[in-house]
Design a protein around this ligand. Structure first.
Ligand SMILES: CC(C)(COP(=O)(O)OP(=O)(O)OC[C@H]1O[C@@H](n2cnc3c(N)ncnc32)[C@H](O)[C@@H]1OP(=O)(O)O)[C@@H](O)C(=O)NCCC(=O)NCCS
Length: 204
């Protein structure tokens, strides 16, 4: 494949991802609900005005939440094909809390990033209810643009790296500082370098 064909294919794939970005309000409402649950602050009433007020409170008290909202705005603008502004919003996310999320990434609504300092890149997907603790990297192995798929309700511990086209199953936990280069079954706990599965729930 020529460099031009490669670039065209990458562009086509990016368009597919952009079409899948969640709408801004739905994504932020789900992020608010997940943040409240993870912080032990209840469920939220779900009423639109309460959700807006909770979002503002979380943005004020948590740089990382503000950075995530900037990312949501960026993704929604990319979905609409708006130029320039998404790049500015990326700088806002980086400046506020070092939240570095690449263009090919798909983050489903309702993800919790408590402190920032995360890198997510490549064709990587993070499903709802997952938590990305600080200093985590979800990214690529050399020579492959496909990154990890993180299932629902996964916890990625601080300092962990999940690299390459691996699948981390629903409800799995990746330990602090683990380096995951193989699939992790649902409900499992993976620790170490390279990460090994230490335990798996019967449901998994
Ligand atoms: C991996 C993890 C999810 C396991 O939690 P847990 O199920 O409660 O497990 P335990 O703490 O009982 O530990 C079980 C075993 O795994 C080991 N272990 C736990 N975490 C580990 C890690 N990150 N790396 C290597 N080994 C680890 C323990 O030493 C213990 O080993 P042993 O059975 O030989 O004594 C948890 O330890 C972890 O790393 N969570 C991430 C927390 C985090 O990132 N916090 C940052 C907040 S900002």
């Amino acid at each position: 494949m020529t460099a031009w064909q490669h670039a065209r294919r990458k562009h086509a794939n990016l368009r597919l991802i952009r079409d899948r970005h969640p709408p801004f309000r739905r994504a932020v409402a789900a992020d608010v609900a997940t943040a409240l649950r993870c912080r032990g602050e209840g469920q939220g009433s779900g009423r639109p005005l309460d959700t807006v007020l909770e979002a503002l409170r979380l943005m004020w008290t948590s740089d990382a939440f503000a950075a995530l909202v900037a990312y949501r705005a960026r993704a929604a603008l990319q979905r609409r094909g708006v130029p320039v502004l998404p790049r500015l919003l990326h700088h806002v996310s980086m400046t506020l809390a070092q939240v570095c999320i690449g263009d090919p990434v798909l983050i489903h609504p309702g993800v919790y990033v408590p402190h920032g300092q995360i890198v997510v890149d490549g064709f990587t997907e993070v499903r709802s209810q997952s938590r990305l603790l600080p200093w985590t990297t979800l990214g690529l192995k050399e020579g492959n643009l496909i990154g990890p798929t993180i299932g629902e309700g996964v916890v990625i511990g601080t300092g962990a790296r999940v690299l390459g086209p691996v699948h981390v199953g629903d409800g799995a936990r990746v330990g602090a500082n683990a380096v995951v280069v193989r699939d992790v079954p649902s409900g499992a706990v993976a620790v170490g370098v390279p990460a090994v599965v230490r335990s798996s729930s019967p449901a998994g």
